[in-house]
Design a protein around this ligand. Structure first.
Ligand SMILES: N[C@@H](CCC(=O)N[C@@H](CSC=O)C(=O)NCC(=O)O)C(=O)O
Length: 279
């Protein structure tokens, strides 16, 4: 694969470089953008950081406040965009929970989304391998927030062996059982609910024959999150983990909401969780 990303901008940050890049995506069939933080020196590992609905490749690096500790721990931080851009599909931006910036980290099979809405292939078969190769084949872990938490939980289970460790912040825990998923899944994947289960974090966990992350999954959740009871439903993932013996550290935080004020509050613990796994 040829990999010649265009540099959009590069900025010195805590001794490293925060960069923004654009490349011609074969998976998506359009230009795609991503961000990459490179710490000073040789990184110990790469952390794939997936953002949520309405976000882009800029959201995590600008709002999470992760670079200071990533620099100290020697972690590179890769954040993709959250959907294709510029497809002009009718209605693609009418609902902030569907379409643009709502790719749900899966490959759509249904018209009109299927030709471009291929975020799982983009991330797992294109962007991640290219950046891993660029950085010298680093071990990799995965983290996500909200829709990105759904992405982290599902990609880590759908691609066993790809990630050393997994953590999530206020994730969508069971996509087929929440209104965001009940709109997106039939539109992207069709009416067959078996296809939905293959992209539902809790259904995937319940189908595991052995715990996929025996060292444990870290999950943080704000109790004042406006999406907690109808969209996120961490109790469903907690029950699925218990059913298969998957260790889960679910920390509930009184008073915290959904957005990046919460993400930035807990991000250091997540970086340390991954640094320990990455050696
Ligand atoms: N525009 C919406 C709010 C959208 C929102 O809260 N997005 C979350 C992710 S929600 C699930 O994936 C987010 O991460 N936003 C970025 C941020 O800076 O907080 C509304 O009008 O309510």
């Amino acid at each position: 694969m040829s990999w010649n990303p265009e540099v959009i901008g590069e900025y010195r940050c805590f001794g490293g470089v925060q960069g923004y890049y654009r490349h011609a995506s074969r998976a998506v069939g359009l230009p795609m953008q991503y961000s990459l933080y490179r710490p000073p020196g040789t990184p110990r590992g790469l952390l794939l950081c997936l953002a949520g609905l309405t976000c882009s490749e800029e959201t995590f690096p600008i709002k999470a406040g992760a670079q200071r500790l990533a620099s100290a721990l020697g972690l590179a931080l890769l954040s993709p965009d959250t959907s294709p851009r510029g497809t002009n599909i009718p209605g693609q931006a009418d609902d902030w929970g569907f379409g643009v910036a709502a790719g749900f980290y899966l490959d759509a099979t249904q018209a009109p989304w299927a030709p471009h809405w291929r975020m799982e292939s983009h991330v797992m078969q294109e962007l991640l391998p290219a950046v891993q190769a660029q950085l010298g084949g680093l071990p990799t872990s995965i983290l996500g927030h909200s829709m990105g938490g759904h992405g982290a939980l599902t990609l880590a289970q759908r691609h066993p062996g790809s990630f050393q460790s997994l953590s999530v912040i206020a994730p969508i825990s069971a996509l087929s059982q929440c209104p965001w998923g009940q709109k997106a899944l039939p539109a992207y994947l069709g009416a067959d609910e078996a296809q939905w289960a293959a992209h539902d974090a809790s259904a995937l966990m319940r189908a595991q024959s052995a715990p996929p992350f025996p060292a444990g999954i870290l999950m943080d959740q704000g109790e004042a999150d406006q999406f907690l009871s109808d969209q996120l439903k961490p109790e469903l993932f907690e029950a699925a983990c218990a059913a298969v013996g998957q260790p889960l550290t679910l920390r509930r935080h009184a008073g915290y909401g959904h957005g990046y004020y919460f993400v930035s509050t807990v991000i250091d613990d997540h970086l340390r969780h991954h640094a320990a796994a990455l050696g």
